[in-house]
Design a protein around this ligand. Sequence first.
Ligand SMILES: [Zn+2]
Length: 193
Amino acid sequence: MNTITLDAKVLAELREGEKAYPIYGVKVRWSETYPPGAEQRMFRAGDPPLPEGRFWNSAGWDSMEKEDRDPEVIAAELMRDWWPKYTAKLLEPADVTITVTLKRRDVWCDGWFSHYTFDVGMSDADVIASFERYVERILYSDLSENERGSLLMGAEDQWRWHGCVDGNPQGERTEAPCRCPKCKDQGLVRIDH
Ligand SMILES: [Zn+2]
């Protein structure tokens, strides 16, 4: 990904009230035991071998922080606070590694069919205008089609944009942006799509 070009473009396009925040990529990998009856996965070349009945699993997402932070500190916090809760549904999880890297800087961070930024008091109209500029920036960037697709996740279709009433994007919807109690608690403003 051509991050330098994109970062420079973000900074050049910032409007009053907008701020570009560091976005960190989080990658988690671990081994676990197959649940009874589960279909066995293909073994991927390059993965260390595991005992019969176990497999490698992984998760990953992008995370926006208000200020620059040491990626290793973020990883240590996830290991302490997030991993123990996440493993509650896994069978004998082990061999976990959490890797955090600074990916780029932008006003908006990509989530699962959703984007968010920090609520710094922008009006709904300004938030929408800011997100429109973000979508254009990604659409016309020199990123690969795959990278654009995973950063946008359908956000290029403005008719999809919405918020929600109670923090559940699958539940009752509102107009975008989302100002639900969950977003307020987290100090975020979100656009689901
Ligand atoms: Zn919300």
